[in-house]
Ligand binder design. Structure first.
Ligand SMILES: [Zn+2]
Length: 654
């Protein structure tokens, strides 16, 4: 298919970038625009001229570049909470010059990083895309440990420095990367908006994913992406997998061997870095580092300089690494967000200068893969029952009870080790050896679960009601009932719900919003399992971090959703929307098929009438000399010493 050139007639009337002409009529304190915008005289003329022609779409490079920007663990209330701090065109690009939806919630229960990123790319939840967690047990592939959502032993990592010896090789340092294996979207069971863009343009559109994390680079970009890049944890080198290419493109090699890593370490205030991911990754410098790599990729791959629309998914990981350690209410988190505001302003300004026609030829969607719970101790201070679960003790209690039921006197490990909420994974081999099928095993564990939870923190005797005269005293107790407490009692673990894998797969689901949310959470991945849902604000006990996300509760499901770009009518749009709406809305506007399992809605309430959607005329494209040719100071980001001519990596798959 040949791309259709945007009509010259229309280009002649398109002289103003949407950013420059953005009507700042709407702010948080003003009502959201309710009806389509009134057509101005100029746009009416444009409409008259445009009417008989082919509308803007991916096929005629409108926009030149679409970006899905994901901030890992960025809860939906942050932008309101720290709104007064924002300056220039960082977050305000969405809040003041774009369409912003403050009430965006995921509609599923397993709010982890991999499923969140998969949902953003595919416009589908776990029941549609198959990704239910970051890691899960797959005994057919590995009986020693859970496999990750993207690891793939059929491929190898490409681009790691020689010094990065994997953990399972002799001589590996203590901070060695965990896996020798490569990665791929092998478990992603649905296409992404990027995949559909590649199919629709017959490979002319370029699609890439970037993150510090493999899963967050791979899953939103999809199987047909030209490449996905994440970092080697020890060195900070950006790497990829032989699923995508057999060697790094020259521009990526230049980035890795330039001074970017040293500058990031310096910006983080670190002198001795042995674990880039853990040490630099938790600082704002990691965001500078990723944004610099994104610029290098955009220039190296000439994104936005094709006859069709290109797509980049960019997931910024630093907020998640810091947020787990410090919690959402910490000054560190506040500082990270404010710094990111400045870093995004610099990145958007860079796009304005480096994409043909400027920022007016770019769409950007902003969201997050999940929110975060307050640190349990903080929530408990305010009186919430924010208990933590001792997961090891819980599984030991369950194993004991299952042995009592099925193999009295024995100590068979029916529950697999390395559990992570919301899942308790069962050792199907041991159950099968005992002649117990999945349904019976899961039902038995589910039945024993309440008692196992209750025994985590044995309940003290309760005081008698004040009308105790009507309650006969317990004759077997030698202790008098305690007096009512004069202060708040400590939090206690509460099991709210549990679902076996078979219940998740088949229902019945109640015909309620809760039932839909649970139905969205099913995946066959993970073998035999029980999904357990503690009460709100509760989580497993954490050793090296302070808080986490995994639950169906609002604080884990609430994320920002913002759009910037020519088709979007600036305003604050109140009303529930979902991150899966990004893929649907982009696909619709690009004129391509929805991703294969998409359940998102097209956010028509935020779209301008077609006649008002104007794109600036691109200037002639300057030749690419170096990926960091500009001279202005970037968020203290580095400049590679040399950048050989950009090349296109060869995909090793169709
Ligand atoms: Zn995450």
């Amino acid at each position: 298919m040949r791309p259709t050139r945007f009509p010259v007639l229309l280009l002649a009337v398109l002289f103003t970038a949407p950013f420059a002409s953005a009507r700042l009529h709407s702010s948080q304190n003003e009502p959201a625009p309710a009806a389509p915008h009134r057509t101005t005289a100029r746009t009416a003329r444009a409409a008259k001229e445009v009417a008989p022609t082919i509308p803007p779409s991916a096929y005629n490079d409108h926009p030149k570049l679409a970006i899905i920007l994901v901030i890992d663990q960025f809860r939906g209330d942050y932008l309101d909470r720290w709104r007064a701090d924002f300056k220039d065109r960082g977050f305000n690009l969405f809040l003041e010059h774009g369409a912003y939806f403050p009430d965006c919630y995921y509609d599923y229960a397993n709010t982890k990083t991999a499923p969140g990123h998969a949902a953003i790319g595919t416009g589908a939840y776990t029941d549609g895309n198959g990704i239910n967690s970051n890691d899960w047990w797959d005994l057919a592939r590995n009986q020693e440990r859970p496999v990750s959502s993207v690891e793939d032993e059929r491929y190898r990592i490409v681009g790691a420095p020689d010094s990065s010896i994997p953990a399972n090789r002799p001589g590996a340092p203590p901070n060695a990367p965990k896996y020798l294996t490569g990665s791929s979207p092998r478990n992603l069971l649905a296409s992404t908006v990027g995949d559909e863009l590649r199919l629709a343009t017959q490979g002319q559109a370029k699609v890439f994913g970037i993150s510090l994390k493999d899963r967050a680079a791979i899953l939103p970009a999809g199987a047909a992406a030209n490449g996905a890049f994440w970092i080697d944890p020890a060195s900070g080198y950006f790497v990829t997998s032989s699923f995508y290419m057999s060697q790094l493109p020259d521009w990526a090699v230049a980035f890795n061997t330039g001074d970017a890593i040293a500058q990031a370490e310096q910006e983080a205030g670190l002198t001795s870095v042995t674990n880039f991911y853990g040490q630099v990754g938790r600082t704002p410098a990691a965001n500078s580092y990723e944004l610099s790599f994104a610029e290098a990729l955009i220039q190296g791959e000439q994104l936005g300089q094709h006859d069709v629309t290109d797509l980049l998914t960019l997931s910024l990981s630093a907020n998640d690494i810091l947020g787990h350690q410090k919690g959402p209410d910490s000054p560190d988190e506040h500082e990270m967000v404010d710094t990111l505001d400045t870093q995004l302003d610099t990145f958007f300004t860079w796009l304005d200068k480096n994409i043909p026609g400027g920022l007016g030829n770019v769409w950007i969607a902003l969201t997050a893969d999940h929110g975060i719970a307050p640190i349990p101790a903080t929530a408990a201070q305010y009186g919430l029952n924010a208990a933590t679960f001792d997961l090891k003790k819980l599984t030991a209690n369950l194993d004991y009870a299952i042995n009592m039921k099925f193999s009295p006197g024995e100590k068979i490990q029916y529950i697999l080790p390395h559990q992570e909420l919301p899942y308790i994974s069962l050792n199907e081999s041991e159950f099968l050896k005992a002649g117990i099928i999945e349904q019976e095993a899961e039902a038995a564990v589910q039945q024993l679960l309440p008692a196992a939870v209750a025994s985590l923190v044995p309940a003290p005797p309760e005081p008698q009601p004040s009308d105790a005269a009507v309650v006969p005293p317990n004759p077997s107790s030698t202790q008098p009932p305690p007096e009512p407490s004069g202060q708040r009692l400590p939090p206690r673990p509460v099991l709210f719900r549990s679902y076996t894998r078979e219940q998740l797969a088949d229902g019945p689901y109640p015909p309620t919003p809760w039932g839909k949310l649970i139905a969205h959470s099913y995946s066959p991945n993970g073998g035999w399992y029980i999904m357990i849902i503690p009460a709100d604000y509760q989580m497993e006990q954490l050793s090296s971090i302070q808080t986490t996300h995994f639950s169906p509760y609002s604080y884990d499901r609430h994320v920002p959703l913002g759009f910037y770009g020519a088709p979007f009518a600036p305003g604050i749009y109140r009303g529930r929307v979902e991150p899966v709406d990004i893929a649907s809305t982009f696909a619709a506007l690009l004129g391509i098929n929805q991703p294969s399992a998409s359940v998102g809605h097209i956010l028509t309430q935020a779209l301008k009438p077609d006649a008002e959607v104007l794109y600036p005329k691109p200037k002639p494209i300057p030749p690419v000399r170096t990926h960091r040719a500009r001279t202005e100071t970037h968020h203290t980001a580095p400049t590679a010493k040399s950048a050989p001519k950009a090349t296109t990596p060869k995909a090793t798959h169709p």
